[in-house]
Design a protein around this ligand. Structure first.
Ligand code: BG6
Length: 491
């Protein structure tokens, strides 16, 4: 068994993330035999509850959000018996002594080899406090390995992220820190490097000689849901662009690494961030569009404007949509625009990367037909998973009428793919940080984002409006149309 025994401590064990993602992911890993026979989970929360109540909470979370149906009876009991719960105030350093006692007790009962994973599913303001107390209490002083998993957001700008990093680095080394970006756990995001580097036919074309532009869309139909207090002081730029969107840019644009190992891949990703053009104020206005939704048809009927959502400031200028034209100033990508677009309350939930190849030279053969479509390679990330390659072919039964044909690969038409959290938790347990973000990636992402945020904060103009249920403000279309191009996703 290559997976070692371990104890997983979940801080924020009664919270939303644990309920929706972590417990179902653990259960799936357990059922699929991806965990060592010996493991234990200790939930830490503020709410006092009996262990039976906590296990019931886990059971409900798995029934509601799990990929696999819950097995009742003895099988369930065996799984549930691995869970403990302890309630205490995590800002209180002395309270960690009792946590240490619970962990040591578990470790004595089962041979967990002192391997400890600390998962912080709590407010980022507390990351430093908790990691500090873990060290002071002796919890990080263990004979086995120790790992710290932290959720986003990792800071709210470069300075705060740096401070946070320095805090946690007092207790954990960079190799022991697993920063989550759940997009890196998605099947098709992980597939980008396989498609690129396991096929000889794409790499020669993967540059500014053959690629006209790249488009990355991550649109959602939901509004702010019940997270308005977080979202209204965050906005789409920090919520989606700083992390998920830039991670996808890195995956698509990085150079082939010398080896397909974790650090070599992350080194190449970092180089993309170094080459990503940073914008001054004037360029921010020219290359970046921000939007905010107004009332409109949002899927399940008419929905209210962002400013009318509960807990949103009625005069809020927080953006719920961002579209941007990015450039990577290196030999491979010079001159190739990378258009990105993300937002709430858009027409469809879809995450997709489109690689648009250049047009035929001067319509060499098919000048009668003005609209020979460009070749597109589409990575479908969500909700359908797969790849489409759009080619041109002769229309059946005609002489030379050209029509686009799609070659499709469906990644989830058989079994449902594992959830992002399943795959990430599995990697963290194995000790493979390849699909977690390294500090230099995060810091460079902030250095790109900060001037944009500062420009917007300075001019305090309201974002462009777009009705809920649409593809964003008109300015997003204009930006790409003015370049003689169009968005493909959603067409
Ligand atoms: C999260 C953001 O990181 O990603 C949310 O905070 C967003 O606002 C979510 O809804 C989108 O993730 P997915 O996997 O549904 O595309």
């Amino acid at each position: 068994d290559s997976i070692q025994p371990f104890v997983l401590l979940i801080f924020g064990a009664t919270g939303d993330l644990a309920k929706r993602k972590l417990f179902p992911a653990l259960y799936n890993l357990y059922r699929d035999n991806f965990l060592n026979k010996e493991f234990a989970v200790i939930g830490v929360g503020r709410t006092e509850m009996e262990i039976s109540q906590f296990r019931l909470f886990i059971k409900e979370s798995i029934s509601e959000f799990g990929r696999l149906p819950l097995q009742e009876g003895a099988e369930w009991e065996r799984f549930a018996a691995r869970f403990d719960y302890i309630a205490f105030d995590i800002t209180e350093p002395d309270a960690y002594t009792s946590l240490l006692a619970v962990v040591e007790e578990r470790e004595r009962k089962t041979n967990l080899m002192g391997n400890r994973m600390f998962y912080l599913a709590i407010s980022p303001q507390l990351f430093g406090t908790v990691s500090n107390s873990l060290e002071r209490s002796g919890l990080t002083n263990t004979a086995g390995w120790k790992r710290l998993v932290v959720e986003k957001p990792f800071g709210h700008d470069y300075a705060s992220a740096k401070m946070l990093n320095e805090e946690i680095k007092c207790s954990f080394t960079e190799e022991e820190i697993y920063r989550i970006d759940h997009y890196l756990g998605k099947e098709m995001v992980q597939n980008i490097q396989v498609i690129r580097f396991a096929n000889f036919m794409f790499e020669p074309l993967w540059n500014n000689r053959y690629i006209d532009n790249i488009q990355i869309t991550a649109s959602e139909t939901v509004g702010v849901e019940d997270r308005a207090s977080y979202y209204d002081c965050t906005g789409a730029l920090l919520d989606m662009v700083q992390n998920h969107m830039l991670q996808m840019v890195m995956m698509v644009c990085m150079e082939p690494p010398g080896r397909l190992n974790t650090e070599a891949i992350r080194d190449e990703k970092v180089k993309v961030m170094h080459a990503l053009r940073r914008y001054n104020e004037e360029e921010v206005d020219r290359h970046i569009v921000r939007g905010q939704y107004t009332a409109g048809e949002g899927g399940q009927g008419v929905v209210c404007a962002y400013r009318e959502e509960p807990n949103v400031n009625p005069a809020s200028i927080t953006e719920t949509f961002v579209a941007a034209r990015l450039f990577i100033d290196n030999f491979r990508w010079a001159g190739v625009p990378i258009y990105i677009r993300t937002g709430k309350r858009m027409q469809k939930k879809v995450t997709e990367i489109v690689i648009q190849f250049k047009a035929l030279p001067n319509r060499l053969y098919f000048n009668k037909n003005d609209d020979v479509a460009p070749n597109l390679l589409i990575f479908r990330i969500n909700p359908r998973e797969g790849i489409t390659l759009l080619l041109n072919a002769k229309k059946q039964g005609t002489d030379s009428q050209v029509v686009p044909i799609g070659m499709e690969y469906c990644n989830d038409c058989g079994d449902a793919s594992p959830e992002a959290y399943e795959s990430l938790l599995h990697d963290a347990i194995l000790g493979d940080p390849a699909f977690f973000t390294r500090w230099d990636e995060v810091s460079l992402a902030w250095k790109f984002i900060d001037p944009i945020r500062r420009t917007w904060d300075k001019n305090s103009r309201a974002p462009e409006e777009y009705p809920a249920g649409t593809w964003g403000p008109a300015e997003s279309n204009e930006m790409i149309l003015n370049d003689g191009r169009r968005w493909w996703t959603g067409e």
